[in-house]
Design a protein. Structure first.
Length: 652
């Protein structure tokens, strides 16, 4: 049913985009699991088509629909004796099931010819209805002695339809005089003498004798209030002896006179009392059509025209303005004229509205006078509001072509009507979408349209030129008789105007990201390093950290980046000055050990040259030694591992 409804709505509008139709689909899905299925395709190039295919495959297969309908009938409560409304509902459900099987599988369907389905459905009916159906089958020759023929679902549906018609005719015959019979029986119940309670009589006491025999007709105040609560009342003749259904004077009126009486006196067209139809508490349905109204008002209810207004989510014809901001409607600036009076305002071009509506403020400004009219507005949520207004006529012209005037007749206006505010940032739209840049589009912010032009003035809302379309999901431009306008999703300004967001984005190269990850893991390979948790440090520690931060430099040795750090010393430490004579004995001992093994001497020289090449050691002259303020000796020796020359290492 949802797919048929959406296809009928989208059919005349082939220019609608996939995103626009997808948004409408999401707004109408109320089943949670179906909504989750549809949300899978929110980023699909064709979200509406993909979502509808999946929903049809999961929930719309013919076999699933038939099984669901049969399960609903079997899970419903059994029909009780005398419950004619339940019997009519049961007959309608069986008829729907048979119709679906006929259209999907044909008259020769095995499901239609299955007699066990009929037995299961008959178990929901009272015994006398089952007997009546069996008698119907024998009279029609459906069941014969000595034959294998049995009743089928079409036979049951035909009998149920015939039985419903019989019950409706029977109830229509007896419905003209139910109230007097009810009143007479009530009067008989009231006139029935009450049982006299036994009382103790005191001899010689006149006071006791007076109160010992209470009158049978006497009643307590509670009994009187209860009796008056259910007293009949006729709202037409103000008579408390009968109901409106039994009023002879009201029955003599024609349908037009009855409708005029309801409109002029603002009566409820369901029961005739002084409240609105939305607040009516009438429970008993009409015996003719099954709707909630008195049977004497059946023809009056049919003559009252209900105007259906299909409004979008951003415009609701009530005093409460609802505005989603997700979809832009077709709004154009216009000039309204009535004689010498003019009004510059905005109008909404609504393809889904069946009636043109003008707000009362504009009607008063133009001095419009028309014939009074009372209509019922029903929105897509099935909310009905009785609105009393008037039908007016005036002229409208585009702001770009004020000399070309268009006549609008039979427009409705009422004090209860309202239209939502509209906004359009034309410059932002032109910068965002290329297909809108050469179109004359005015910008406006929170303007309140005074006019809604519906499908009764088709020549003003249909496109006069080819529709300008762009990529999927963007708004389209439509040229109408009143000028260019935009229709479609407003994806770039869905947020409210009061919000402002500032986004800062930074992107790292793969090498920098890898470097940061390694640094976080080890936190000592890269200097300077600052711990996240600051701790209390001593003065010496702070001085050492400042020295490292100031003097540490990054150098490249053989194309390898390394850090060169200064020597950490206390600021109050004494200067080190070691004369060469103090270290000469150690150097001579090292030379004697190396002279014994020439190979070790060669390795030693190679290691020293490596330090010089790497920049870790520099040979200085005698003048630099004598002029240096500080000097110290770093001992060094060669270590051999496992007796192998390849594992020799110079230690400092």
């Amino acid at each position: 049913m949802l797919k048929k409804g959406l296809d009928s709505v989208h059919g005349p509008h082939q220019h609608l985009s996939e995103d626009y139709k997808y948004q409408i689909l999401l707004d109408h899905l109320t089943f949670p699991s179906a909504l989750q299925v549809a949300k899978r395709y929110i980023n699909s190039p064709t979200p509406y088509t993909s979502a509808m295919q999946t929903l049809t495959q999961r929930y719309g297969q013919p076999r699933q629909l038939v099984q669901g309908e049969l399960k609903a009938i079997l899970n419903a409560p059994a029909v009780k004796t005398g419950d004619y409304q339940a019997f009519e509902d049961f007959a309608a459900s069986v008829g729907t099931l048979v119709g679906m099987l006929n259209t999907m599988e044909g008259p020769s369907s095995s499901e239609l010819r299955c007699g066990s389905h009929v037995d299961t459905l008959l178990s929901k009916l009272p015994p006398h209805f089952r007997d009546s159906f069996v008698e119907y089958c024998f009279n029609r020759g459906i069941i014969q002695s000595g034959s294998n023929l049995t009743y089928t679902l079409p036979d049951l549906a035909a009998w149920l339809e015939r039985k419903v018609q019989t019950l409706q005719v029977s109830r229509r015959i007896t419905v003209t005089c139910p109230e007097p019979a009810h009143t007479d029986s009530k009067e008989r119940r009231v006139a029935k003498p009450q049982r006299v309670r036994p009382a103790t009589i005191l001899l010689g006491s006149q006071q006791g004798a007076q109160h010992s025999n209470p009158s049978p007709a006497a009643s307590t105040p509670a009994q009187l209030n209860k009796r008056e609560r259910f007293k009949p009342f006729c709202p037409y003749c103000k008579n408390q002896e009968h109901y409106l259904n039994a009023c002879a004077d009201f029955a003599k009126l024609t349908n037009t006179e009855k409708a005029s009486w309801i409109k002029d006196n603002r009566k409820c067209w369901r029961c005739g009392r002084g409240h609105t139809p939305e607040n009516c508490t009438l429970k008993k349905p009409c015996a003719t059509c099954g709707q909630q109204h008195l049977i004497i008002l059946h023809d009056v209810a049919l003559t009252l025209t209900v105007l259906t207004v299909t409004a979008s989510s951003s415009v609701v014809f009530t005093n409460q303005v609802s505005r989603s901001g997700k979809v832009m409607l077709k709004v154009v600036p216009v000039r309204l004229q009535n004689g010498k009076k003019t009004l510059d305002t905005y109008t909404v071009l609504d393809d889904g509205s069946e009636r043109t509506i003008i707000l009362p403020a504009a009607a008063r400004h133009l001095g419009l006078l028309g014939q009074e009219e009372v209509i019922s507005l029903r929105t897509i949520r099935q909310e009905i509001v009785q609105v009393k207004g008037a039908t007016v006529s005036f002229k409208v012209s585009a702001m770009t072509k004020k000399g070309v005037k268009h006549n609008i007749s039979q427009a409705f206006t009422a004090a209860e009507l309202n239209l939502a505010e509209q906004s359009r940032a034309a410059e932002s739209l032109k910068q965002t979408y290329k297909h809108l840049r050469d179109i004359p589009l005015p910008s406006f912010n929170k303007v309140k349209p005074m006019l809604l032009i519906g499908s009764d003035n088709t020549h003003l809302i249909i496109p006069k030129q080819p529709v300008r379309t762009g990529p999927t999901g963007c708004p389209v431009a439509v040229c109408t008789a009143l000028g260019w306008t935009i229709q479609g999703p407003a994806s770039f300004h869905q947020q409210s105007a009061g919000e402002s967001n500032c986004l800062h984005s930074s992107f790292l190269s793969p090498s920098e990201e890898l470097h940061q990850n390694v640094e976080k893991q080890w936190q000592l390979d890269t200097l300077p390093f600052r711990s996240i948790n600051e701790v209390t440090r001593s003065g010496e520690d702070k001085a050492a950290i400042e020295l490292l931060e100031d003097k540490t430099v990054r150098v490249k040795v053989d194309d390898v980046s390394r850090y060169a750090t200064p020597l950490l010393r206390k600021q109050s430490a004494p200067s080190l000055h070691v004369p060469p004579t103090a270290t000469m004995a150690l150097l001579r001992a090292t030379e004697r050990r190396l002279s014994i093994n020439p190979k070790l001497s060669t390795v030693y020289n190679e290691e020293i040259h490596k330090l010089e090449k790497a920049g870790y050691a520099v040979k200085i002259s005698s003048e630099e030694v004598s002029n240096s303020k500080e000097s110290w000796f770093i001992p060094h020796h060669l270590v051999q591992h496992n007796g192998k020359h390849s594992r020799l290492q110079l230690l400092l």
